[in-house]
Write a protein that binds this ligand. Structure first.
Ligand SMILES: Nc1ncnc2c1ncn2[C@@H]1O[C@H](COP(=O)(O)OP(=O)(O)O)[C@@H](O)[C@H]1O
Ligand SMILES: [Mg+2]
Length: 315
């Protein structure tokens, strides 16, 4: 096995990007016209923002894309001045062998407001020679004058089916067997994040020839939904010691963190009330206790003690 699969299976062409169809169609127009405005890509992690930017750059700049392309991380440890210097130096030069130059600036939402205003001046200064692609998780953290200078593209979390198909494709290519339950488990925990899904798949593949639900749980530290369900059932039936045993086993053997336990308890209980298996009034009492437990753990309280205390609320 050579190198990370997330890189090996990063689509190189716009047409190979999974999902995000409307975005790809809009971008292909720019390629056809050989020109583009400044762009802003927003959306959660692992859904193809960087991949799409690179694929677009290659297809719009053509053969000499490398010479006409600058990739920067806005949260560069060396500070915003370094970022601006590099933009300046890059923009001083004329495009070679391509119609214009492109600067891809990642994680723009980590820039301070002051730095964003400076960036905006940079964007105005070099409109003739360069276009910007800015990438961020939340467009609301970007100042209006930048937003209004960009065509905004909102990337959505990938659909379960899309992720599953991609994982199947990778498995076939790598010669791994994956059963349906295993892939479903990855999809469930990836929550629309393709990077996460591919990383979990590779980790599980390094453990053995076939990918099953079991092999997924070997490599992720989440609790099995069945275990959480059993724990809650026991607590609801008044068997505190039984519930407590499952809690301790999951946290010790599976290595599930306190934060993950609370989140998974929340998911289980929400599902019960949605499926009509729990009264809304009981849910409302529990949710308050879950919220309290969540807060305390995040503030640094001992997770095991907090979770045991939470279980007593189910009795
Ligand atoms: N839409 C997608 N289609 C195919 N692979 C994807 C997609 N989105 C993410 N990936 C996979 O996840 C990796 C990281 O994606 P990236 O584009 O860097 O995500 P981000 O949205 O965080 O910039 C890629 O190298 C690729 O393997
Ligand atoms: Mg990225």
């Amino acid at each position: 096995m050579s190198g990370p699969w997330v890189e090996k299976y990063r689509p190189q062409k716009l047409e190979d990007i999974v999902g995000q169809k409307q975005i790809v169609t809009r971008l292909e127009k720019y390629v056809g016209e050989q020109s583009m405005p400044n762009l802003m890509f927003t959306g959660p992690a692992g859904v193809g923002k960087t991949t799409t930017a690179l694929a677009l750059v290659k297809s719009i700049l053509g053969e000499y894309w490398r010479q006409n392309f600058l990739e920067l991380n806005a949260s560069d440890a060396r500070g915003i001045d370094t970022v601006r210097d590099r933009i300046k130096n890059f923009c001083r030069l004329k495009p070679v062998g391509a119609p214009f130059r492109i600067i891809f600036l990642d994680e723009v939402d980590n820039m301070t407001k002051d730095a964003q205003h400076a960036l905006r001046r940079e964007m105005e200064m070099y409109t003739k020679t360069a276009s910007f692609i800015l990438s961020c998780n939340y467009s609301s953290k970007i100042i209006d004058p930048i937003q209004s200078r960009c065509a905004i593209f909102r990337f959505a979390p990938l659909k379960g089916e899309e992720i599953k198909e991609r994982l199947q494709f990778i498995c076939e290519n790598e010669g791994f067997e994956a059963d349906d339950k295993g892939l479903e488990t990855i999809v469930y925990f990836a929550e629309g994040d393709m990077r996460k899904a591919v990383n979990v798949l590779q980790a599980a593949a390094s453990e053995g020839e076939t990918i099953t639900e079991e092999s997924i749980y070997e490599v992720i530290s989440k609790a099995k939904p069945q275990d959480i369900g059993n724990m809650i059932n026991k607590a609801l039936m008044g068997d505190f010691m039984g519930a407590r045993n499952i809690l301790r086993e999951t946290m010790v053997l599976q290595g599930t963190s306190g934060e993950d336990m609370v989140t998974q308890i929340y998911q289980d209980v929400s599902k019960r009330v949605i499926d009509g298996k729990m009264d809304a009034s009981i849910y409302m009492d529990l949710i308050e206790a879950i919220a309290e437990c969540d807060f305390r753990i995040r503030e640094g309280a001992n997770p095991r003690i907090q979770l045991e205390a939470l279980l007593t609320q189910f009795l």
